[in-house]
Design a protein around this ligand. Structure first.
Ligand SMILES: O=C(O)CCC(=O)C(=O)O
Ligand SMILES: [Fe+2]
Length: 339
């Protein structure tokens, strides 16, 4: 099993060759990205100007494929406590973290470095990841790490609050899409995974990547990224920063949202760059359909001038295709296009 970057990075001064990406993939000077205004949705404004908020959200879903939310109702104390628990987790001695090492995507709690394909991939990503289910809590908490000792209490509280936010955001998207509220709240969002990425300081951020350019295969991702730059989104052919806003959540539309909306919305293509100063830890809640869930385009998203573009499928088949095509989202989406 490959060793976690968080366990050895302090002992290296120069970039190991296996982390140096070729010129066409490495961030190089684009490490600085562009500071284009990010769409920021103030959920408090829903009370006094819902129409304007829905309009902002519509533009964000159509043009950016992501947005940030503020005044979202998740307690800042719980967010800070959770971030601290994960800092402590990745600082635990290697022997403690070794208990959770696994590259089996079926394992209930898996800690790994780079990707599940570490053994066969040409280059590695400068990240460690811990993933486990976070909904329903009573079914999954037994599989969570035992250390730090506050883990279950804090991460449990965080997961419960984020699930409420997930449902709130999905219901707002229902308004944008013209479907009834609750459309996404059962099987289409039946699985929630907490996926925590930890990117230790990196000796050469221009050569390395925390994560390659990708679209999330799921429905939506609700990400807390803290205060350190790292996440970039491709907008009109340019990398822009998802600006770290204190205590905000970044909401990334996944491939399922693009398909269900019949391409009205776009799924944001994004990547993560590293920095040499500080470790960055992002808390991602991946919201995805249950494996057997049948995914189809919302009726409200089709009309005579814009007929149904994709075939319907079971989510588990989509994920199989995503894996077979190594996450190349353009190829994956086009394999579901109707002729
Ligand atoms: O760490 C981040 O900011 C984003 C991570 C991400 O894109 C992912 O886990 O799919
Ligand atoms: Fe992602």
């Amino acid at each position: 099993m490959a060793r976690l970057v968080s366990s050895w990075y302090k002992n290296v001064k120069n970039m190991p060759e296996e982390y140096i990406f070729p010129p066409d993939k490495k961030p190089g000077k684009f490490i600085t990205a562009c500071t284009e205004n990010n769409p920021v949705i103030d959920l408090a404004s829903l009370d006094h100007d819902p129409a304007a908020t829905i309009q902002q959200l519509t533009k964000a879903c159509q043009e950016f494929g992501f947005f940030q939310v503020i005044n979202h109702g998740v307690s800042e104390i719980i967010i800070d406590d959770t971030s601290n628990v994960y800092k402590e987790f990745f600082d635990l001695p290697s022997e403690e973290k070794a208990k959770y090492l696994s590259v089996d995507p079926k394992s209930h709690c898996r800690l790994y470095t780079s990707t599940y394909n570490y053994a066969t991939e040409e280059k590695h990503f400068w990240r460690d990841n811990l993933t486990h289910s976070c909904y329903p809590l009573e079914d999954c908490m037994q599989f969570w790490p035992e250390k730090p000792i506050r883990y279950k209490e804090i991460v449990g509280a965080y997961s419960a609050e984020v699930r409420k936010l997930v449902l709130k955001i999905l219901d707002l998207i229902c308004d944008v899409l013209g479907v009834e509220k609750g459309y996404f709240s059962e099987e289409l969002s039946g699985v929630n995974l907490l996926s925590v990425n930890h990117y230790p300081p990196c000796p050469d951020p221009t050569s390395a990547l925390g994560m390659h350019s990708h679209c999330d295969p799921n429905l939506i991702t609700i990400l807390h990224q803290g205060t350190i730059h790292g996440l970039q989104v491709l907008k009109d052919g340019q990398w822009i920063w998802a600006e770290p806003l204190p205590h905000a959540f970044v909401v990334i539309l996944g491939c399922q949202m693009q398909i269900i909306s019949n391409d009205k919305f776009k799924s944001a293509e994004h990547r993560v760059v590293t920095n040499s100063e500080e470790a960055r830890t992002s808390l991602g809640t991946f919201v995805l359909p249950s494996p057997e869930c049948y995914v189809e385009i919302a009726k409200s998203a089709t009309k005579a001038s814009n007929p149904q573009r994709y075939k319907s499928y079971r989510y588990k088949d989509f994920i199989g295709t995503y894996g077979d095509k190594s996450g190349n989202h353009k190829e994956v989406l086009s394999s579901y296009y109707l002729p």
